[in-house]
Structure formats: C-alpha cells, structure tokens
Write a protein that binds this ligand. Structure first.
Ligand code: NAD
Length: 497
C-alpha cells in the first residue's frame, strides 16, 4: 500500500495538494518504513487559512463562552473515543514506547484539552478598577507552531485554550509528525457536526491546519494580520519568529529549548538521585525540552555516581517501541540520529569520559554500545559523559538525545553556578538529603520550572522558561491567559460626583 498523501485542512475542510509545493516523506523511525507523504501548503493556501481566521475573528470572540467550551469539551470526547488509534499513530510517528506514549503523549493531550475549559469562567470574569471595568477578551488571530517531539500534546496545549478564549487558530505543525496533529483537525470536524445536531453552530474557519516547514511558518508569522504567535520549538526558530513578528508588532509567546540541570546536594541518597536523574534525562529518548540532561554532583561522589549512572543506563531497554519491555525507542529521524551521534563524537574528541551501560548488568545485549542495537531504525544506545568542562559543546548545547552530561562541584555555590551556567533556563531540579536543604537552593536556580526533590511534573502548573528558553507559559490558568488581552472600559464619572 502506498503512503497516504496528507494535505492541509483550511477553514475546516481538507484542500487539494498543490502540485508545485514541497513534499516530506514521514517515516516510522523504528522500521524506516514510509508512513505518509506531506503535501506542503502553497503560499496561497497559507494565506487563505489566515484570510479565514481574520474573517471569523470578531464572530468567534462574540460567540458565547458556553458554546466555545462545548466545542472544546466535545473535541476532548472525540479524542477519548479515538485514544487507541491516536496512541498507535504517535508510536508510529515519534517512536516513543507504547506504554509511555499512552500516558505522556495521548493521555496528556486529552487532559490538556479538558483542562482548557476549567479556568475559563473565572479568568473571563471582569474586574473593576476605579471607574474602569476591565475585561479579559480574546487576543485575536493566533498562529500556533509546534515541534515533533510531543506533537498531539503540544498542539492541544495551544489549540484548546485559544478556542476557549475566543481566538481562531491557524496551526502549523512540524512536517515530521503531522498525522497525530491532523487527528486533532478530524476531532474538530466531528465535534462541529455533533454540536450542530444540538443547534450550536461552530464556524469551520476557527481552526485551520497548514502543513509545511519553517518557510510556511515564517510566511504565517510575518503576516501583520496575526495578533499572536505561539511557538514551541528550538531557540533558533524562536529568534527567527520573534524577528519576523516584530514587523507587524505581533505579540509572541515562545516555548524554546533547554539544557536543564539536576543539582545533587552533599549527603543525598546517590542511588535514588541517579535513578531519578537518568530517567528524567532519557524520557522520549532524550527528545524532551524539559529533560534533566545535566547531572551536577559533589566532586567527592563522582566515582560512585559514574558507577551508578552506568548501572542505571543498563536498566534501559532500547528497541521496538511496540514491545512491552522497551523503555527507549529510536530518535525521530535519521538527521536527529546523526546529530546525536555527532555530539557523542564531539564529547569524546573534547576529552570527556564516555560512560556506557554497565555490561555486567546488561549481559543480555553485550556491550550495550550501538553494535547491540536493532539493525533497522534510528537507534542510539544511551550514554553519559563525565569529567566534562563547562565550556564543552555537550555541556552547553541542547543535544535532544539519550546523552546525560555529568558535572561536579566542590562547594554548593559552584554547583548552583554550573546549573545556571548555560544560555537556557527551562527547567532545573535540586535533590538533597532533606526538603529544607532543597528549598534553600531551589530559588537560586534560574529556570521557569524547578523540581524540588524527585518530583514529577505538575500538569496544571505554568510551564515555560527564562533566558534563551523563551518567555511563554502554557498549561492551566496561565496557559489560558496567554490567549487573552485586557480591555479597559472606562466610564465617564461626573466631576464632583
Ligand atoms: P524546530 O525549531 O526546528 O521547529 C519547530 C517548529 O517551528 C516547526 O513546526 C518548524 O517548521 C517551525 N519553524 C522553524 N523555523 C521557523 C521559522 N523561521 N518561522 C516559523 N516557523 C518555523 O524544532 P523541532 O526540531 O521541531 O523541535 C525540537 C525543539 O523544540 C527543541 O529545541 C526543543 O527543546 C523544543 N521544544 C520546546 C518545548 C518547550 O515547551 N519549551 C517543548 C518541546 C520542544
């Protein structure tokens, strides 16, 4: 069977593939088999999607909030019904092991859509300041641009709150993982049909999905009719988007890369800290923006930490994402695999000590190097680097693969400086012998999200970075607020009254 041709969905309707525009072959990263071909939208089609969003902007903002909430709740219900097929799509496109994808990709996406309605009544409530009545109103036409690592979840985190807030959305997902995002457009179509049976008419123009690469993204962002651009992606893309949006004084919300550190304080239970740190580094084969990719430990503990890291790496099983025992799938594309390999080569060339899985614990797969990996697919065995210098590329740059970097310190102050010592500031963690020691350090970490102890992510807490990790916030009430703008209605008060 030939791979299906995927086309953009504009104003609620799939459009014909433009013969002259680009194509992208979507491939299963575990099998290297073709999954689909993406037909990039033409420049005219991208403009049509914006025309539709602009045309419906005022009508959607004036649609009663209960109807907007009904739409988003209905989308959540459809996604729930499609849960199993969505999991299969995400596993095939991203390569994340099935059990993890079920929770962290699809389960999280459905929860994010449901969550978007929760805070609407309170946030949309007007406020009175002096003679002014201050309303939170829809920000206007939104261009949402998303990456490939959690495709459905990242799209849901933007589309659902934007629609609840009253903003029409033009979504431009990564061309690498389009199918799970098109499933959101399908859910929107089904939800519209269901609501129309209840007499609630939702205009198709409120959601378009424009397929393409960064060139199409840049065209959308550069259009001065756009009121808000919400991008999740690399810092490189964030800089380009902010520059392009500046011409139209368009507001931007940027969720960018990270190089997050877990700082282990003196006296910590090292085995537990290393297990937590390695697991939080390797989630989605390291292709997670908030992954804790640097482990910063007291110098006196370095030898013990290296042994523990090697043993922890050995407990991971790399292979078929469909297999129950697999904990690490492939990298998403051949290019990403090659990029990760080149960082590993760079680390070795820079003189850092390469740590592989402890072969003693991993007797079933030999040395756990790349030679033990499946013969097909873009797999890389997880590794760590120790004896690193702070200025090495592997320490400073986002690798987005299964590569942990270990750094060491003499004094806690030096450890904090190392943790803060990259351009990024998305997440950080501190783990110590007591909550008191952790809390003494946590506020000194410059990051948008700080994990205190072996904490799990909190799905409704604001998520976003500082420094080169950007400045947007997603999730929960703060995520909804990103799509609102205040409007002050100042009433004349009689002089002397
Ligand atoms: P990417 O920056 O290459 O692409 C992200 C999206 O931006 C894609 O849809 C792409 O087509 C688009 N894009 C690229 N250049 C553009 C431009 N000039 N104008 C408009 N759009 C443009 O990122 P990726 O490789 O898809 O994803 C990985 C990156 O995303 C990593 O850096 C990761 O840290 C980051 N990320 C951040 C978060 C977060 O919440 N902070 C979450 C997930 C991923």
């Amino acid at each position: 069977m030939s791979a299906p041709l995927l086309t953009s969905v504009i104003a609620g309707r799939p459009v014909a593939a433009s013969p002259a525009s680009g194509r992208y072959a979507v491939t299963n990263p575990a099998t290297e088999e073709p999954l689909a071909t993406v037909a990039f939208a033409s420049a005219e089609q991208a403009a049509e999607a914006l025309d539709a969003a602009v045309a419906v902007r005022d009508r959607w903002a004036a649609t009663p909030v209960r109807d907007r909430i009904a739409l988003v709740e209905s989308i959540a219900n459809v996604l729930e019904e499609e849960r199993e097929s969505l999991i299969a799509t995400v596993v095939a496109e991203v390569g994340m092991p099935r059990a993890q994808a079920a929770v962290q990709q699809v389960g999280a996406a459905i929860a994010a859509v449901r969550d978007a309605v929760q805070d609407a009544p309170e946030l949309l409530e007007p406020e009175v300041i002096g003679a002014a009545r201050v309303e939170s109103v829809a920000a206007g036409v939104v261009v949402a641009i998303t990456p490939w690592n959690y495709p459905l979840y990242q799209a849901a985190l933007k589309v659902a709150p934007a629609l609840v807030a009253g903003c029409p959305v033009v979504l431009k997902p990564s061309e690498v993982t389009p199918q799970s995002v098109l499933a959101l457009a399908d859910a929107f179509a089904t939800a519209r049909a269901r609501l129309s049976e209840r007499g609630i008419l939702i205009p198709g123009e409120v959601l378009s999905v424009v397929l393409g690469d960064g060139v199409i993204g840049e065209q959308l962002v550069s259009d001065a009719r756009v009121d808000l651009v919400s991008l999740t992606g690399s810092t490189r893309a964030g800089i380009a988007v902010q520059r392009a949006a500046a011409a139209g004084v368009t507001r931007v919300s940027l969720e960018l890369g990270g190089k997050s550190a877990l700082l282990v304080l003196p006296g910590t239970d090292l085995a537990a800290a290393v297990d937590y740190g390695v697991a939080r580094c390797l989630v989605n084969t390291g292709q997670t923006c908030a992954a804790l990719t640097r482990l910063i430990v007291p110098r006196a503990d370095l030898d013990a930490v290296e042994r523990l890291v090697s043993a922890a790496l050995a407990r991971h099983r790399v292979g078929d994402p469909e297999a129950e025992t697999t904990t690490l799938g492939p990298l998403v594309t051949r290019a990403q695999r090659d990029r990760v390999r080149s960082y590993i080569d760079a680390g070795v060339a820079a003189g850092a000590r390469l740590i592989r899985a402890d072969a003693g614990e991993a007797a079933d797969t030999g040395d756990k190097g790349d030679s033990a990996l499946p013969s097909r697919g873009w797999f890389v065995a997880p590794v760590a680097f120790s004896r690193t210098a702070p200025d090495m590329a592997i320490v400073q740059e986002e690798i987005f693969g299964p590569v942990l970097v270990i750094q060491s310190y003499e004094e806690v102050g030096e450890g904090i400086a190392l943790a803060n010592g990259t351009a990024y500031g998305l997440a950080a963690g501190v783990i110590g012998p007591s909550r008191e020691t952790e809390l003494a350090v946590a506020p000194r970490l410059r990051a948008g999200i700080v994990f205190v102890g072996a904490a799990r992510p909190e799905p409704r807490a604001p998520f976003g970075g500082v420094k080169s990790s950007g400045f947007g916030r997603e999730r929960g009430p703060h995520g909804l607020a990103e799509f609102l703008v205040t409007q002050s209605f100042v009433a004349a008060v009689e002089v002397g009254a």
